[in-house]
Design a protein around this ligand. Sequence first.
Ligand code: SF4
Length: 1017
Amino acid sequence: MQVTRRQFFKIGAAQIGATSLVAMGFSPATALAEVRQFKLARASETRNNCPYCSVGCGVIMYSLGDKAKNAKSEIFHIEGDPDHPVSRGSLCPKGAGLIDFIHSPNRLKYPEVREAGSREWKRIGWHEAIDRIARLMKEDRDANFIRHNDKGVAVNRWASTTFLAASASSNEAGILTQKVARSLGLVAFDAQARVCHGPTVQALATTFGRGGMTNTWVDIKNADFILVMGGNAAEAHPVGFKWAIEAKKTRGAKLVVVDPRFNRTAAVADYYMPIRVGTDIAFLGGVVNWLIANEKIHWEYVKAYTNASLIVAEGYHFDEGLFSGFDESKGKYDRSSWNYELDASGNAKTDDRLQHPRSVWQLMKAHYARYTPETVEQICGTPKADFLKLAGWLGELATPEKVGTILYALGWTQHTTGTQNIRTMAMIQLLLGNIGMPGGGVNALRGHSNIQGLSDLGLLSTSLPGYLTLPNESHVDLRTYLDKTTPKAVRPDQLNYWSNTPKFFVSLMKWFWGDKATKDNDWGYDWLPKWDKMYDVLQSAELMHQGKMTGLVCQGFNPLAAFPDKNKMSGALARLKWMVTIDPLATETASFWQNHGESNDVKPEDIQTTVFRLPSTCFAEEDGAIVNSSRWLQWHWKGADAPGEAKADTEIVAELFIKLRELYQAEGGAFPDPLLNLAWPYRDAKNPLPEELAKELNGRALADIVDPKDATKFLAKKGEQLPGFAVLQDDGSTMSACWIFAGSWTQAGNQMARRDNTDAGLGNTPGWAWAWPANRRILYNRASADPAGKPWDPKRKLISWNGDKWVGADVPDFKVDSPPSAGMNPFIMNHEGVGRLFAIDRCADGPFPEHYEPMESPIGTNPLHPKVVSSPAVRIFKGDRERLGKMDEFPYVGTTYRLTEHFLFWTKNAKLNAIAQPEQFVEIGEALAKEKGIVQGDTVKLDSKRGFIKAKAVVTKRIKPLTVDGRTVHQIGIPLHWGFEGQTRTGYLANTLAPFVGDCNTQTPEYKAFLVNIAKV
Ligand code: SF4
């Protein structure tokens, strides 16, 4: 008798005893093989997603307890969800160890406090914790709130307490946090995205219009060529990477890795070539030059769909490493000369022949002419022959029938040139016609499971949900704000979708303040804080270090481990009056005041920071949605109760808000209006339901919305969930907390919970979960067809014009009824309608990417322009320049990275992962080991100008010395998963070594390239 596993469960549920199984035809061997399933037969199955990386693998959690009221569920087994279209039942070593995360002995169970100067944690009740924290917050807010600036503009900001938001909490926790933080006037409000993929958003939005991964995990299988550079997908995103292997197996795709180390992706690649860390722009700029010089350009695509033909205004120039407009005293550019030349009607002038000396094409050609193959070898250390091989392979993609993709991650973002690393590759993909194509795109492999979602929700110092901008001091009133943030089209007949900014913004304000936001009070515009400067994580930490911050709330964030220069960070935390951590696990940040010998050498009695440690639920203990790297909002369900007294983030944030509101109602205080007027329509004010918040994220009609094309019809009736963002209004008749999520919970129900994995073509599964925007899976997919509406490649037909509208396997990322003859171009979010090779004034460090050395350079010069070695617009504070090392004292290059068995600093709390990778190590090449007398397994000490770590030495052939600018450069690999909390052997926080400098566009720190010395201990 053959039975499936599910049929077997049903049999078990019918109470058939094991003995009767034999009678039914089961052999004893079969019965034995099903032992585990007997246990599962009594279990509840709950669907969820792995909370670690942004592949977002599906998991099934098995718990005992039938979910009846008062029955305590307990998860005892987790496995991959075979129905999930990306993971298809697979889990990597991190996902496979999830059960050990849920039951980790390092889970927090009760609120605790460490009083100023104390050496111990003390258990307290939730009541006391919330009361004390709310009181401390109010005291600081009242003392330091800034109502007006010196020009009399209402700025309403609170900048003396920092709030760091989580990276893996649900969208619903994120949006509630956003609501409360902004109503308090917080501007020092940032998230993990700042230290990982900030540059992705900046680079991709600047080039294509949106900051997300362009394609999907499964779509990688449609590629003919896969470049992995600035990432190590096999190790950091193992299950997503299987689609690269699928492309190799099913269509013979070529896989090439460019990386400082021969890593695990390289181990399965067709070709590997080395590169010096921090020189990717030199390498990719070389590719741009080679493609132009060898005419390997998808000409029709480039002429129609990029700004190659647009003419740049007079005044723009690049000279000796500096673009026009540089102000040396400020270390900043005046970007006014980086723009188009406009005609009398405000449209950018063009030259379709691409011959005008100031056309983007000619400027780009001249800019990259310096990046010869010889220069690439000189700067990057990559052998010229290797570089030419890769350039040739990429050149083969400049035809409609061949498509290639790029997979990258933090190897590109965590540099002072992070944004421009990505920009260079985005330009290459435009030149090859690979954007919008199945199997193409620029695939930013996001890190944390919901860092995409939390970026979408604008939990960043100068953002609002849906990539709207938080007003700054120059936005003196609503009219000015909307005028400055709503772009005007600069080419005729373009959609310029951001022209709808007023609709998105007013709908957001209606979510914040409900009926209290009216036309007469500019929808509550003055209740939002206005920023005077960016309060990113580096800025906040700097202010803490200067003693100018009072408090810090860390929600699912471990800044002592995650921020650069751990010793500076430790000093910064010690200058705070109070700190709150909200986390399921014990973190190094919460315990920063404890002495752990050399790895955390502090004196508790000298540290006067009061620390509250609040236990929160983990992914398995809550409902909600997280957004994977492909922009899919996936709903997950609670499988068990949290341990001890742990609470959901939503409940903790709500309780804090309610307490603060009570205090302001009773006592008054600094500008309480935004708090007192905040819309709080939740059934249980102290515990809003995820469903309530998810519906708000989508938005609903506040009045009947009449169809402008037919006055007898309604687009939505009052009180209904909105069908999508096209219905949003700027007259207060709609509300939506995040316009790009409109469509995720409609009148038809929760679209994020959909589980139809039917392949609509090319691996596209539009019935699984829901993707922003508008359930489009491949962004810019109009560009997969030629200007006449015919797919460039009939085998990759994604959408096409059927004579009436755009149709196909994906939702058109385009105005669905705009015929090709109308001349609308595919990049609908850009005000030109085309992809940007020249980024006009959108980046802080130039409209074209330029190679600058890392702030700590192992060659001490820049062969392209020796007078401008590193990024002139870099983010650096005065005191940190003195904490930069020089190559004579620190002659080797250090670079940090992740291992497949660990996820940052979380999995060290899970037994399985702790067993798999128990002890801290660094990787050094054989040549360097020999020079320093180090052998396998020796303990070594790594020093940078900022501190040291000790670890075991792994001597390897995987890292070879490179010849750069005539000298030998050794690189050292530093995995970063250890610390002084967890189940692994204790170790040192790797970021002790990293410099406190950031990308000038996004302030993302330079963890990937710094100088160290090494010695045997
Ligand atoms: S860590 Fe990433 S690849 Fe591994 S199981 Fe989790 S989601 Fe999947």
